[in-house]
Design a protein around this ligand. Structure first.
Ligand SMILES: Cc1ncc(COP(=O)(O)O)c(C=O)c1O
Length: 427
């Protein structure tokens, strides 16, 4: 960590801008870790925090409830086809831990002892706690803990830019699906298939080809495997739809939301389950079928009040429709980005863009500078007034969702300038 001697101190935020203690401004191209919706210091959200803070700031959900969480649960269930109940937590990793526990315990609750394994996709990411690391194994992040993680059954993800030799993109998709089907048919010990919905974000902005996710969901139904989706980073409009699994025509048994749920202002996540799952946890006290899980801040009323305001603003501002229009601004820049010789591939959907950098376009060799790419892009980005984060050799653009077309154009110009000026350092 020695390369980071000191950090910029952010003292203010206004709209899509972060302002440091020296008064320098940077555009937030990361949406403050992919969660910001309305930009910073939005008066309506700030007001909702202040209003709730005068009533009750925190009270437990053990034996109690509160008005904002009830209202929010109602809204979440209504907007999520086939979901029935909500379990709150305070971050995405926990929401995924809960999803995994629910899925594994479901089979125990109904008396099935065989179904104990979890199936996943290679390079998935579901958070940094041990269960989340186990189901979302990204080797660079989690390699040091491999021994302590529980094993999962992993399947490949089709990547149009890097189709394995001897395959077309289309037959490689079939190949991936066949692998899943063949494993499901051989042994019925798989409890659940866990995957990100719509795209893998941290795994390199891998946007699934059309139909891939729905075919997996159908295989799950056919082979009696629970289907668990992670919409923490990809739902709530990031990929263009409010509920990504609805667009993907792939109804899950359990789904997790987080990040943009509170507009990126307070920390809250939610795990939703369908009736079948929920009912399996209903029993008499001595049946021991209830879910033992709860965090100090589970169901925090301030976070829930902010989420309620946030969701009301989505509706009032017709945000999903607006995103549909703004997302096309990215397309205006494809040609200009591809003109930079280190750009190998652009992947874009909705309000997400990944720009893959290579040192050899023909052979698609990823750039691999001595210094961390992240550091280079942070410093170069800062010079151009933009806060950028890379994941490996991929520059990610994840703007606050309500960014205006003009602001997004400026953000893309700044990104292009940053890649160009970083070029000499990265190859
Ligand atoms: C798809 C996905 N799932 C889960 C998480 C974990 O969420 P959190 O960082 O809130 O624990 C992330 C975080 O980036 C994510 O991208």
């Amino acid at each position: 960590m020695k390369e980071w001697e000191s950090f910029d101190r952010i003292s203010k935020g206004k709209g899509v801008w972060l302002i440091d203690s020296k008064g320098d401004k940077m555009m937030d191209a990361v949406a403050s870790m992919w969660c910001n919706v309305w930009g910073h210091s939005n008066p309506q959200i700030v007001k909702a925090i202040a209003k709730q803070s005068k009533k009750i700031q925190h009270s437990s959900l053990f034996n109690l409830t509160n008005e904002p969480v009830e209202k929010l649960a109602d809204t979440l269930v209504k907007m999520s086809p086939k979901m029935h109940k909500v379990f709150y937590s305070d971050n995405g990793s926990s929401a995924m831990e809960i999803a995994i526990k629910m899925a594994l315990q479901y089979w125990k609750n109904i008396g099935d002892k065989k179904k104990t394994e979890i199936a996943t996709l290679e390079n998935g990411y579901h958070g940094d706690t041990f269960g989340a690391m186990s189901v979302g194994y990204v080797p660079e992040f989690f390699g040091k803990f491999k021994k302590q993680l529980f094993t999962t059954v992993q399947f490949p993800v089709p990547n149009e830019y890097r189709v394995p030799k001897g395959h077309t993109f289309s037959d490689y998709q079939e190949h991936c699906l066949e692998k899943i089907e063949s494993r499901f048919s051989k042994n019925d010990n798989i409890a659940a298939f866990v995957m990100e919905s719509g795209a893998q974000m941290a795994g390199g902005v891998m946007i699934y080809p059309k139909g891939f996710q729905s075919k997996i969901s159908r295989l799950c139904k056919k082979h009696d495997v629970l289907f668990v989706l992670d919409e923490i980073a990809t739902g709530f409009g990031r990929l263009g739809s409010m509920v990504q699994y609805d667009e993907q025509k792939s109804i899950p048994d359990i789904v997790a939301y987080g990040k943009m749920l509170t507009g990126g202002y307070l920390t809250m996540a939610a795990t939703l389950a369908n009736k079948k799952i929920y009912d399996s946890f209903l029993g008499e006290f001595n049946d021991w079928v209830h879910l033992f899980h709860g965090h100090t801040y589970t169901g925090n009323p301030m976070a829930a009040a902010v989420a309620n305001e946030n969701l009301a603003m989505y509706k009032k501002n017709n945000l999903i429709r607006k995103i549909g229009k703004t997302a096309s601004v990215f397309e205006e820049f494809y040609d200009e980005i591809y003109k930079i010789d280190v750009v190998g591939n652009i992947r874009h959907k909705g309000m997400l863009m990944g720009i893959e950098l290579v040192k050899d376009r023909k052979r698609k060799i990823p750039i691999h500078p001595k210094k961390s790419i992240n550091k280079i892009f942070f410093e170069e980005g800062k010079r151009h007034g933009i806060y950028l984060r890379t994941l490996g050799n991929i520059v990610m653009l994840v703007p606050p969702l309500a960014i205006t077309d003009r602001e997004l154009r400026l953000m893309l110009h700044k990104t292009i300038k940053t890649i160009k000026s970083a070029r000499s350092e990265i190859i």
